[in-house]
Design a protein around this ligand. Structure first.
Ligand code: AMP
Length: 402
């Protein structure tokens, strides 16, 4: 069975085509700047040369048509015909309280995703465009949706409610939802396999540290808390997002700087975090380079980022009354030796015995960066959200056939 995984954004569309027999990737790529005359398409077919095209792609239906044409292209393609695509799986950011698991797309599911537009105004409408574009091009192919929030639906009320008047939750569903659930689920399962222990017996803190960043407390395979909240702004300090701050800062800063709601929201989402403190870059590679060259602002940004991450790990150790392992994943978590070292060296009180040599080796591989006698193990596990989407889609389509 071949499954096409789609991650549609408002002006972009990423795709990966999986052959499920061995879970290999037959082709992957992305289209950026949808809606413009100069949209950029990058297509990477396995074992063939990469293709890059600049052309006018004004909407998602055209984008999908372009992708399908490339997948069956005589020179750049990997399939004889689009009939070889058995199903399509979509990433959907917000499933609200309605979706606790991945589901096949039906009219009711589409209605519900639309109802949730308010909770994720930047993301859910774009995902819906992707679903409709696939329907327009391949009306008979089953589609599934996999939600970033679904894995965190197991959180108990004390973790997901905010201490504000309950009317906001009852009437408007204001609560913690959490994000990156597909990644937290994947790396927690891989961690259990790596440790050779049943997931049901483990207390894990998973740290998805990329451009966006979140931690999750995973107890017995279930998310019991996570740092992102009703939106992906809460929690850790990120590339351009502030993470946690005193809510009273919002009206105060608006008054003092004469900012509108849109401006303060843009400031906290797009101009805060590493970028604001370093005074330049939001990219951890550049922060580390600048820090090593003696830039004091970059060093402060790094220290704040690490400090805030470490506080969450400590909080989740308390939330679960202990932990067995900490997992690092995503762009920064998988690649920044320095950040992992700084965090681990401050967690000796938990029983973390850092292995400096192991931390430097094995890039791209699942590995342990603590000594074998360390009471709490620290693992680096490359995430693979697309594979989870393909697997869930495969399972749902198989179940529908059986
Ligand atoms: P993601 O959102 O998971 O794709 O992560 C993207 C982020 O990973 C980038 O913004 C970089 O800050 C970070 N990153 C990638 N490679 C490295 C590296 N070698 N060292 C430090 N950070 C890295």
């Amino acid at each position: 069975m071949n499954i096409l995984v789609i991650n549609a954004g408002s002006s972009s569309l990423k795709y990966q085509l999986f052959q499920m027999k061995d879970e290999s990737v037959l082709a992957k790529g992305k289209i950026e700047r949808i809606g413009m005359e100069t949209a950029i398409l990058t297509h990477e077919p396995a074992g063939k040369a990469e293709v890059r095209e600049v052309s006018e792609i004004l909407e998602h239906t055209t984008a999908i048509r372009k992708v399908l044409a490339l997948l069956v292209h005589p020179e750049h393609g990997v399939l004889a015909s689009t009939a070889e695509i058995d199903a399509v799986g979509h990433r959907v950011v917000h499933g609200g309280e309605s979706f606790k698991n991945s589901v096949l797309v039906t009219d009711e599911v589409k209605q519900e995703i639309k109802r949730l537009f308010d909770l994720a105004p930047l993301h859910n409408p774009a995902h819906m465009l992707g679903i409709i574009a696939v329907e327009a091009n391949m009306p008979d192919v089953p589609q599934a949706v996999v939600f970033d929030t679904a894995f965190h639906q197991t959180m108990p009320a004390p973790a997901y409610l905010y201490p504000i008047p309950m009317v906001l939750y009852r009437k408007h569903k204001v609560r913690r939802y959490g994000f990156h659930g597909t990644s937290h689920k994947y790396v927690s399962e891989r961690a259990a396999a790596f440790l050779g222990r049943p997931l049901e017996q483990l207390k894990l803190v998973t740290c998805h540290i990329g451009n966006g960043a979140s931690c999750a407390a995973i107890w017995g395979g279930q998310s019991v808390d996570t740092s992102m909240g009703m939106t992906p702004l809460e929690g850790l300090m990120m590339g351009t997002r502030s993470g946690d701050l005193d809510p009273a800062i919002v009206p105060y800063a608006m008054g003092k700087e004469d900012l509108t709601l849109g401006e303060i929201s843009s400031m906290l989402n797009k101009h805060s975090g590493l970028q604001a403190i370093s005074g330049g870059s939001s990219d951890m590679r550049e922060i580390v380079e600048a820090m090593e060259a003696g830039d004091k602002n970059a060093a402060l940004a790094f220290d704040m980022y690490e400090y805030r991450l470490r506080k969450y790990i400590g909080a989740y150790a308390a939330a679960m009354n202990g932990i067995d392992a900490i997992v690092f994943t995503a762009g920064v978590g998988e690649n920044s030796e320095l950040l992992r070292k700084a965090v681990c060296e401050h967690l000796t009180f938990l029983g973390v015995e850092f292995d400096e040599e192991a931390n430097r080796q094995g890039r791209g591989l699942e590995r342990r960066i603590t000594t074998s006698s360390s009471r709490v193990q620290v693992l680096v596990i490359p995430t693979n959200e697309e594979l989870v989407i393909a697997e869930d889609t495969y399972r749902l389509v198989q179940a529908a056939v059986d």
